[in-house]
Design a protein around this ligand. Sequence first.
Ligand code: HEC
Length: 135
Amino acid sequence: MKIEKILPRAQETILLFVWLFALGISGCDPQGTNIQNVSFRNGIQPIFDRSCVECHNQALANGGIQVQDYQNLMSSISMNTGNPIIVAGDAYQSILYDVISTDDFNRRMPRNRPPLAQESIDTIGVWINEGALDN
Ligand code: HEC
């Protein structure tokens, strides 16, 4: 095939990737939402109770993670990294945010289930960025 024929194709492909990349960034950016002033008690713990606690509680702490209350959540350590799963103030450094927002089915939480609603993912991201407070 002549180079003139391949080139437009290549450009199209590159554009598509740029577009998908931009979409990916905006789609998982809690900064991109207008959610704010998230309360742990009213906004966050109910999400964990609904979707995570059955596998991450005192009796059954998969991966050593417990999310049944604030204290256990904040002191849970990732077996993969040896670090706490939440870095207050920085969702992107927080393994918890990573595992709920990743497209990788093998890592994504809740395990073997559909992902959390985007609004729940954003709410958790904003809460972490607001300092992961016990509020
Ligand atoms: C059906 C069971 C199940 C559910 C529901 C579930 N998890 Fe997990 N989770 C696991 C298992 C099993 C592991 C152990 C490590 C692994 O397999 O990656 C794990 C590991 C983790 C880890 C540690 C990852 C690491 O890098 O160390 C985090 C954080 C986590 N889960 C958060 C959550 C959150 C948040 C929810 C709810 C949105 C959730 N999980 C729901 C089964 C579950």
